[in-house]
Design a protein. Structure first.
Length: 297
């Protein structure tokens, strides 16, 4: 995989995905750029990869995935935009705040098993039996290339940026950012005890990791994908960790300073920058999602 895959993805998804804005600003007298990807349709970057997965090959007759969160909503929405039927498997205890939006996007929702792994196994079984296109959350070349369009937009809109900082879960956005960064360094930021990529890089291969963080609902992969890991390992990357206290303080600062309301995972890059763990003159922090529960007055 390389930057040409990202360029092809950008052309495919342009009619459907938003080109999200950047914000040039300062904090503590230091310049930085924010990529406001939380303004993407569905509230996260995941729509990019889902669209590219469905547009990058023969048109499927049906779409299947497993996820109770941002990925499931993205696949459901991408399928609706492309007029395709979709089925999303979720664990039986998936939160209503997520499942409601998946169903509202038009997908058939199937609750199965007590954990994500059981839901994913059932989804794969259906896809295999029916010939449907199964869309993985991150371990897929088309998904990775689609996620890379976010970084490619940063490079085009802010070419003076010298590093991109991204929160890491299963590795799809991280790998895509490496491909789309046009040679710039990429800082891989993860919460302590929710650090599958950090552990994989230390071990030299994907390994099972503990998941225990306030950001686990979005970043809680127990093991990074094999393909994302290889892409990340081949790039100019640096892995850093932040505490839950640091990321929650960063989330609150995004609201206080910029009136940007995001889920905890999206504040991880800012937490790393505030803690002095990002070595760059003008970094771009990817604000990746805003799908926390919100109840209007």
């Amino acid at each position: 995989m390389d930057h040409t895959d990202v360029a092809a993805a950008a052309g495919r998804i342009a009619p459907h995905a938003r080109r999200t804005p950047i914000l040039r600003t300062e904090l503590d007298g230091r310049p930085l750029v924010l990529k406001l990807e939380h303004l993407q349709r569905t509230g996260s970057f995941k729509l990019r990869g889902a669209l590219n997965a469905l547009l990058g090959g023969p048109r499927p007759t049906h779409v299947v995935t497993a996820s109770g969160g941002n990925h499931g909503l993205a696949v459901a929405t991408a399928a609706r935009l492309l007029d395709l039927p979709a089925t999303v498997y979720v664990p039986e205890r998936a939160p209503e705040s997520k499942t409601r939006r998946i169903e509202a996007a038009g997908a058939k929702l199937v609750r199965h098993g007590s954990a994500y792994a059981e839901a994913a196994a059932a989804a794969l079984t259906e896809a295999s039996a029916s010939g449907a296109r199964y869309v993985p959350a991150y371990d897929d070349p088309l998904v990775i290339a689609g996620q890379g369009t976010c970084a490619a937009e940063v490079v085009a809109d802010a070419p003076d940026v010298d590093a991109l900082v991204v929160a890491v879960g299963g590795g799809g956005l991280a790998a895509g950012t490496v491909l789309g960064a046009d040679g710039r360094s990429v800082v891989l930021a993860e919460p302590v005890n929710c650090q599958a990529m950090h552990d994989a890089l230390a071990a030299g291969t994907p390994v099972d990791s503990v998941v225990d963080s306030v950001a686990a609902s979005a970043l809680g992969a127990t093991r990074v994908g094999a393909l994302p890991f290889e892409v990340v390992r081949s790039g100019d990357t640096r892995s850093v960790l932040v505490t839950d206290r640091e990321l929650l303080a960063a989330r609150d600062l995004l609201w206080e300073e910029f009136r940007i309301a995001v889920e905890p995972a999206a504040a991880v890059p800012l937490a790393a920058w505030l803690a002095g763990r990002v070595e760059a003159d003008l970094p771009c922090l990817i604000v990746c999602g805003a799908n926390s529960e919100w109840i209007p007055a």
